[in-house]
Design a protein around this ligand. Sequence first.
Ligand code: ZN
Length: 293
Amino acid sequence: MPLNTFFKHNVIKGKDIYVVDDHHKALAAWALVRRSVDFMPNLITIDHHTDTHEAFLRHAHWEAYNGRVKDQGKFRLGLVARIDWRSDASIAVAIGNLQHDEHIDAATCSGALGDAFCIQLSDSWATPSVEQLAFEKSMAENWPNPPTITKPQRPMTYQPAANRIYALPFDCFIGCRAKPHNDDCLIRQSDEIIETRYLNDQIMRASEISRCFGLPDLEAAPYILDIDLDAFHTRRAINPEDPSTFYRLIKNAVAITIATEAECVEDEWLDDEDQMNSDDLLQELIGHINKAL
Ligand SMILES: [Zn+2]
């Protein structure tokens, strides 16, 4: 199966844009980009979800459940080892067996991508720091007494992840003082998803991570910019007041992949009075890409 059956390819002012309906089909585009350069591009992804599941986790589970596979873990790793980004047939087989949220692991573990950084709205702790893990360990060991370590403060340090995927932590919208954060916070935070102040904060947090394995900041190495439209929950979110950082990320990306994920967009949408679907969001996003380039 030729890879171009998995995506729609557009070129906007010389930039390759690949649009997929299901996010895991982006693996086809990433493999093509990988073939066109002599390095592993990193990934900067903007998504509602973290998309950090292990590749083929559900397929392997299903095969074991049905008695076709004895050792689920070994079977899964075998499938990962057989992904060859140089081969259309291999990528097509992989896409056939991947399910939701497993595509980044498939790409980083097969050498199609280098490091992946996920700007996301579903897990505020995300990839834990060394200090955070130590704090949690101390909490567990001392319970019900208080931990012997004080709550860690940024900047923090990180261990390189085996699968090279880093989900970026967040607090709330920039400047939020609510304790605890509430439903209104969630709307205001998601409204900021591509605002410069929010992205700058995310890029700073990513740099705390990437510095620990020698990458001074997120934009210091070539990257593919990947956007899942379900990251946008309101019309306000896709129309930032200050898009300058977003535009810079677009401009400097080796290529751009977009997942339309129509059902997820509908599920995550937060404004009942003003509905947008994934077609509307795609049109707005293409407008931004045109302006940025
Ligand atoms: Zn808040």
